[in-house]
Design a protein around this ligand. Structure first.
Ligand code: SD4
Length: 338
């Protein structure tokens, strides 16, 4: 039993005893006042890659004032979605091979409610559309034209997501037309600043509730209509409020094959710490196809119900950002291959 649960159980027992006129501590007739104490958790947010730091700052604004983890993850990932210099998410995302920017995203809350969309076009904040799918429809997932139509009918603004820079690079790519995603780095900004991919974020609020969000423009120059792991509940993101939450980044096909984020959460349910659970999930990709695993990047990160976190990747270079009351830091994830 977690410390928090023991504490809750103890508080409830104490309160029940008082109501019943008993005192658990009484050795004499003196009554000790045991007032029920509200249980507060330490909020925390973690997200993929070093640009997760800015996203975490957005989430932290919600968490620090006692807001809900669901609101925090939505607010957090909206920051890279709106950043035209981030070429892997939302506005400015790299297009598919036909020059169309298509977005994948999903969101999941503490009650296992979830919303998702794939191949959304012309709308910057895919995560908010995913949340609307969750809250305003009887469905979990909308795709393609249906997703775009739903967003536009519900007040989202139609925008051009392909920036001149992403368009220029895509036209360059067309000259050779090779589909070979690079590990970790899908772009380098001027000055050598690395610009990474998908943002996956998981958070716990001060009520101890967990939520997660994942949003991406997917692998650069993918086939039109290709959907990765990021919008697939269980693959790119999974939240179980009893156990923990996990999210992924990297080559989505590998993650989908092992239903990666769900696997990480289930391994935590069996007692593994977050890092160990992420490692086992990554190792399953290796076991399935060691030759393939050497050539691609996949990273998982996880947060447990007790507030522990960890990550693991196939290749070197996967970083993740953590923000809590006591910490604001970027970590290098351990990895299988040197
Ligand atoms: C995808 N997992 O579409 C996403 C994108 C990503 O490195 O993370 N790329 O497969």
């Amino acid at each position: 039993m977690s410390d928090r649960r023991k504490f809750v159980k103890f508080s409830l027992l104490s309160s029940a005893a008082i109501l019943a006129g008993k005192n658990l501590f009484a050795k004499t007739n003196t009554t000790i006042a045991l007032l029920p104490v509200p249980v507060k958790n330490e909020p925390i947010v973690i997200s993929t890659w070093d640009f997760g730091k800015e996203a975490n700052a957005g989430a932290w604004e919600v968490l620090k004032r006692g807001g809900r983890a669901l609101d925090a993850v939505e607010a957090g990932v909206k920051i890279p979605e709106a950043d035209p210099d981030n070429q892997s998410v939302g506005l400015g995302g790299r297009p598919d091979r036909d020059g169309r920017v298509t977005l994948d995203a999903c969101i999941m809350d503490e009650n296992s409610k979830c919303g998702s969309l794939a191949c959304l076009e012309h709308v910057v904040h895919a995560i908010s559309v995913a949340r609307m799918v969750m809250e305003k429809t009887p469905h979990v997932m909308l795709v393609g034209d249906g997703a775009t139509q739903f967003a536009l009918e519900n007040g989202f603004k139609k925008e051009k997501l392909l920036t001149p820079k992403s368009e220029r690079e895509w036209k360059e790519w067309l000259k050779t037309n090779k589909y070979a995603p690079k590990n970790n780095i899908e772009n380098e900004l001027p000055g050598g600043i690395k610009n990474h991919d998908t943002i996956g974020m998981v958070a716990m609020d001060n009520n101890g509730n967990l939520s997660g969000a994942c949003t991406t423009s997917g692998m650069a120059y993918k086939m039109h209509g290709r959907v990765g792991d990021s919008p697939i509940i269980g693959a790119g993101l999974y939240v179980d409020n009893e156990v923990g939450a996990a999210t992924s980044t990297g080559v989505g096909e590998e993650v989908i094959r092992i239903v990666g984020s769900h696997l990480v959460v289930e391994l935590m349910r069996q007692g593994m710490e977050p890092e160990e659970a992420c490692k086992k999930a990554v190792e399953r990709i290796v076991t399935r196809n060691p030759e393939q695993a050497k050539t691609v990047q996949v990273g998982f990160l996880a947060l447990s119900k007790s507030g522990k976190f960890g990550a693991y990747a196939l290749q070197k270079g996967f970083t993740y950002a953590v923000r809590s009351g006591g910490e604001e830091k970027i970590y290098d994830a351990k990895h299988v291959y040197p």
